[in-house]
Design a binder for this molecule. Structure first.
Ligand code: ZN
Length: 162
């Protein structure tokens, strides 16, 4: 979305997080308080890949600098947890059943909220309740909401730092 070229070997922030670069997604995740991403972003600031606030530096601005070896490149997450949760809500939650007719980012604000709740240690039940309360159909599918919340927790757990 920021226009960065994705999956470039010489650009550590260009990892493809589902169509958006790790540079952008990593900052969002860190800002939402997800500890593993806070760690990644902190290292990338130290490496000079991001400015002091975590904003990704453009790859062209770095091109005059010495190439950065190892370290942050190996640590870069291959799949963003936030993006995985966005996709989860789109594919499996979709409470009004209108996803094909809505813009792809329709549920992203819900995904942001779920992500930040889980970053702050929310339980499966709390996330399921949030999803149920967010449905505008008047008849939330409690069973589905619980399953989606469980999957969101699994996604977050799979992204813990080694
Ligand atoms: Zn980007």
């Amino acid at each position: 979305m920021c226009g960065r070229q994705l999956s470039r070997d010489d650009d550590p922030l260009s990892g493809d997080c589902g169509g958006d670069c790790w540079g952008c997604i990593g900052k969002i995740e860190a800002d939402l308080g997800w500890e593993p991403s806070v760690e990644f972003v902190r290292k990338e600031i130290l490496d000079g890949l991001r400015d002091g606030r975590g904003e990704p530096r453009s790859s062209t601005r770095r091109s005059g600098h010495k190439a950065i070896e190892g370290g942050s490149v190996e640590l870069e997450p291959k799949l963003s947890a936030l993006h995985a949760i966005m996709r989860l809500l789109r594919d499996e939650w979709d409470p009004i059943g209108m996803m094909p007719h809505l813009p792809a980012d329709e549920y992203d604000s819900y995904a942001n909220r779920v992500f930040s709740m889980l970053s702050a240690g929310a339980s499966v039940e709390e996330v399921a309740n949030y999803l149920s309360a967010s449905e505008m159909t008047g008849a939330p599918d409690l069973d589905r909401d619980f399953k989606v919340a469980q999957k969101a927790v699994l996604i977050m757990n799979s992204r813990n730092l080694p």
